[in-house]
Structure formats: structure tokens, C-alpha cells
Design a protein around this ligand. Structure first.
Ligand code: ADP
Ligand code: MG
Length: 378
């Protein structure tokens, strides 16, 4: 019975393990057709990488994804882009001699060599030591020209793109990327990242090189109307029956539909031999939370100010409407204006999120459960 790995595998999910995101995939498809580049933002583990993976799978278009999370220098960014471009060229490398010469000509300044190995031909680029910015620009522009001559569309994904903003050379790196991306006709770019503050600053500030380069796309949680049939399909496979509806409600309630935690909880539930009832769901979740408690949560919480912790715990226990009320402000001994300021700070750091109706909630369901059950706060 391979259902855990089919429906709730670890890591990036696609295919049977992928739920919903219909509108998002449609949106990306339109942008791909128009070649209007996209910046995709959401908190960590909402499903950016999975969405991109599923989308590119469906498009049957050559693509590459580079991850800049570990980037510490312009050199790192350049090397990552060299790898991405090489991967794409390898994927579209023409079989005919004439077009191969064309490809080599476009990349002449980047010292291309084609190596033969047991696995066939492999392209290697060894750019001369010019500035990293210049190399990046050349690489991306040459890639576009090759794709254009071959009449192909390719997708280039740069993940955790906001890391560039933290580098010393950020301004010149952003400028070189803008130069290439702006002119790109056949390479479709998706910039994604989890730090919305930095990303918005990069793309929305008039003084920054990337200003207004892309359409913006924000990824939310997955709605219950999609999760219920998705989870039931997995249940039918495993237990020949849908889950009791209060069990599903409990899963979605405890995890607050945070995609990573829905997956995590279902993985544990699908280990048991019988259909879990809602008590089982809750017990397994609480056990999981208890395990996480000593891990990263207390360390994270210790980084918050007293006010921030008080407001966060307040949100975990009661609804926001009450939190903003006078009674609650008196109890916390924090003024309503200060509560608002604290909420903004927590929002910026992804401790909380705003739902579609404009209400705030604790972002991480493990943190929420821990704070909600803390008896010292009442
Ligand atoms: N569309 C989806 N359907 C089902 N599970 C998902 C979906 N998107 C994300 N998940 C779950 O969330 C986890 C984190 O997703 P990931 O794509 O790595 O997020 P991000 O790139 O935003 O950090 C995945 O491992 C998976 O368990
Ligand atoms: Mg990711």
C-alpha cells in the first residue's frame, strides 16, 4: 500500500500528491504565454516550489530552478545562474550540427565546450573573469537568443530571490538581471521567495532596479473545498471509505490549512490501521506538537519582545475581534494603538497572517497550539 508516498510524500509535491492551485496555474499559464514575468511570494512552506514544479510539469516546457537561499556573494549568484543556463541549454541542445554551431556562436564569449561522456554530450560554460554582473547579463541574454532562434520557450525559476537584496553588490546585481529580463522574449522568469518585505521592496520601490519588472502573485492557503475531496480520495484508497467529516474538520482546524502541516499530520494519520476519528486526529497532533516544543519553538519565541509574545498568545487563544477590544487591551496592559503596532511587526516577520476577511491569525499551527494551551496565560 503505497498511499502515504502517493498522497502525502515529504518534500515538493506534484501529481496525485498535489492539491488545487487551479487559479494559480491558470494565472501562470497566461503570464507564460504573454511572457510577462512573475514574482511569487508566500511565507515558507505554503507551496511555492510545489506549484512551480507542478506547473512546469504540465507545460512540458524546458525549465530550470536555482535556489539562492545559501547565496553569500555575487560570485555565488553568478555560479548558480551559470548552472541554470547550462541545464537549460543541455535540455534544448540541438541534435543538428548547424544549430549547434549557432548555439556555440551565441555563447562564444562564455567559452563553451561540449564534453562527451557515457551519458552523451554535455555542455560546459567557463565564463572569463569579468564582473559577475556582466557575466550574468551575458548568460541570460545569450540564452534568450538561442531560445529565440530555436523557436522555443523556456522557464527560468529563481527561488529565494530576496537573498540578492542582502548582498553588498545587490544594486548592480539587480540592475544586470533587469537588463536581461526586460529584453527577454523566449525565457519566462519566475522569481519566488518567502521574505515578502524584502521582495516587495525590490520590486515596488521606484529607486530599485527591478521596479515594476514583474506581475506579483501571492500564494495563500488551500481552501477547504479543495482539501476535503483531496483528503477523501487518499482515504478511499487506504481504508475504502472517506474520512468521517468531523475528522477532516479536525485536521483542517488544527493545522489551519497550512499546507506543510496538513501534509505532516495526514502522513502520521495514514500510518494507523483504521480510519482515524476526530479524537485520534487531535491526540496525534498534540503528540506531534509536544515533540516540536523543545525543538525550535521556544528558541523562536525567545526572539520576540514581551509585547509581541503577549499579543501572539492573545491571538492563539481568542479571536482578533476581542483582541482589539478595550477589555483585552486593559488586561494585557497594552494600549490599542500599541497592539496595532505590534501586529504590524508580527505580520512583517511572518509570525501572523491576515486572512481574506482581514483578520489576523497565528501563522504556524504548532506555535498556535502551544500558546493556546499555555495555562499561565488567561
Ligand atoms: N498544492 C499542494 N498540495 C498538497 N500539499 C502541498 C501543496 N503545496 C504544498 N504542499 C505541502 O507543503 C509542503 C511545502 O511546500 P513547498 O512547495 O516546499 O513550499 P515553499 O516552496 O513555499 O516553501 C510540501 O512539502 C507539501 O507537503
Ligand atoms: Mg520552496
Amino acid at each position: 500500500m503505497a498511499t502515504i508516498e502517493t498522497y502525502f510524500p515529504t518534500g515538493i509535491v506534484t501529481g496525485n500528491a498535489f492539491c488545487d492551485r487551479e487559479k494559480e496555474r491558470e494565472y501562470l499559464k497566461k503570464r507564460l504565454d504573454q511572457n510577462v514575468h512573475v514574482v511569487l511570494m508566500s511565507p515558507r512552506r505554503y507551496g511555492k516550489s510545489s506549484l512551480i514544479a507542478q506547473f512546469t510539469l504540465e507545460q512540458d516546457t524546458p525549465f530550470t530552478a536555482v535556489d539562492l537561499l545559501p547565496a553569500t556573494s555575487g560570485r555565488y549568484v553568478k555560479n548558480a545562474i551559470v548552472d541554470g543556463v547550462t541545464e537549460l541549454l543541455d535540455a534544448i541542445m540541438p541534435r543538428f550540427k548547424k544549430s549547434k554551431q549557432m548555439l556555440m556562436r551565441h555563447f562564444a564569449k562564455l567559452n563553451p565546450v561540449i564534453e562527451l561522456s557515457a551519458f552523451g554530450q554535455k555542455l560546459k560554460l567557463r565564463p572569463e573573469e569579468k564582473t559577475h554582473e556582466e557575466t550574468i547579463m551575458k548568460l541570460l541574454m545569450s540564452l534568450d537568443m538561442v531560445a529565440k532562434e530555436m523557436n522555443l520557450h523556456v522557464i527560468f525559476v529563481i527561488d529565494e530571490f530576496q537573498q540578492i537584496a542582502m548582498l553588498e553588490e545587490s544594486h548592480s546585481l539587480e540592475a544586470s538581471i533587469r537588463h536581461a529580463v526586460e529584453r527577454s522574449k523566449n525565457v519566462f522568469y519566475i522569481f519566488s521567495g518567502s521574505n515578502r518585505t524584502l521582495l516587495e521592496e525590490m520590486f515596488k520601490n521606484k529607486t530599485r532596479p527591478l521596479y515594476h519588472l514583474c506581475d506579483e502573485m501571492k500564494l495563500d492557503r488551500i481552501a477547504s473545498e479543495y482539501y476535503v475531496p483531496f483528503i477523501n480520495a487518499a482515504s478511499l484508497q487506504t481504508w475504502k471509505s472517506p474520512l468521517p467529516s468531523d475528522s477532516i474538520d479536525m485536521i483542517l482546524y488544527l493545522t489551519d490549512r497550512h499546507p506543510y502541516y496538513v501534509n505532516r499530520l495526514c502522513r502520521m494519520l495514514w500510518d494507523s490501521h483504521s480510519l482515524p476519528n476526530s479524537d485520534t486526529v487531535e491526540n496525534i497532533w498534540l503528540k506531534y506538537v509536544e515533540n516540536q516544543k523543545n525543538d525550535w519553538v521556544s528558541e523562536m519565541l525567545s526572539q520576540l519582545s514581551i509585547n509581541q509574545r503577549a499579543v501572539l498568545a492573545g491571538l492563539a487563544k481568542i479571536s482578533e475581534k476581542e483582541l482589539m477590544g478595550k477589555h483585552f487591551a486593559n488586561k494585557l496592559e497594552i494600549s490599542p494603538s500599541s497592539i496595532q503596532r505590534t501586529l504590524n511587526a508580527l505580520l512583517k516577520k511572518d509570525w501572523i497572517y491576515k486572512d481574506t476577511e482581514g483578520y489576523y491569525h497565528v501563522l504556524n499551527p504548532v506555535v498556535k497550539t502551544i500558546l493556546a494551551r499555555d495555562k499561565h496565560f488567561d
